[in-house]
Design a protein around this ligand. Sequence first.
Ligand code: CP3
Length: 342
Amino acid sequence: MSSLFLDTLRGRRGGRVPVWFMRQAGRFLPEYRRIRERVGDFFELCRNVELAVEVTYLPVRLLEVDAAILFSDLLVPLLPLRSMEVNLKEGVGPLIELKEPLDSPKKLLHSYCVEEELGFVGAIVRGFKREHPDVPLIGFCGAPFTLLSYIVEGGSSKSYHRTKRLMFERPSLFRDLCDRLVDLLVDYAVMQVSSGVDAFQVFDSWAGVLSPSDYRSFIFEPTRVLIEKIKATGVPVIYFSTGTCGCLKVIRDYPADAVSVDWRVELADAIDVLGSHRVIQGNLDPSALFMPRERLKERAEGILLQGTRAKAHVFNLGHGIFPDTDPDRVRWLVEVVHHFTP
Ligand code: CP3
């Protein structure tokens, strides 16, 4: 399919800059909260094909963003594993309880039939594309480091010390675990693409806790392999991370079509490192949505102006929308982006 969003990811500039937001289908939307209340458990909503299709479409209908992102979660590919219990605790976040030790990667991250266990994800993608064939749909998965950090820490963390300790103390085990995750994630990504997603984003939300040289030594290679294999399916791939402005020279070497950066780096500086042949995505601070409108507009336009230095630009936040954000403000920001001419 062709669209402004997909053309931009492929490096062709259209008349305007496309925009979507991370966590656009989430708790800041009252419509989401109402649907979520009906279902109760978060992962039940992820498994409910009809409702997940509806939630995926909500931000396109309500905010007029240029792309939808599959409603699911980073942790979904861990749900079929017999070696762990995965839950989302209200107000706390993800909690993971291991039933196998970390030092048996083949047992901990055993293979499973993705069609059988996670067929609902494929069904959501097909359902969405049937109802909304003209809306580009982004599939996604976690990057090996970010997903492994949830397994090792048992949930979110401030320091990621346990994950880094494992990485430094037992580097070959760390590598085996990353490689096992990549195998599972490739199957999962291929299923999303064969079901119909038009683009794919790899989320490396917590890679910014690593020094640039450790990033290069420990996680570059498994992440590169994941990106390369997803790219081989034919869809454009976006690599997203936060706090990694010191690692952009490493990230430059990924075969990703686009790189998403956060607000800790000026977009123009990121483009200088990544190269003007690269598509850039980003990079408004999600907290900036709480500024007065005129200042928010200035901020957004500053980013859009810097984005003209890249091969092409997809406007986004540097990370997910906060749940207390005013949906009207988000809708207005979409208009600001759509009306921008450099
Ligand atoms: O709108 C979208 O972006 C699509 C859906 C989506 C969700 N999670 C829905 C969700 C996507 C792409 C994700 C990815 C995800 N999940 C990431 C990577 C992006 C990022 O923010 O860094 C991560 C780290 C996770 C793990 C996870 N899941 C966390 C940290 C949380 C939040 C905990 C909390 O309560 O704030 C979740 C839960 C989650 N995933 C929610 C949603 C809408 C909120 C759950 C709810 O309804 O209570």
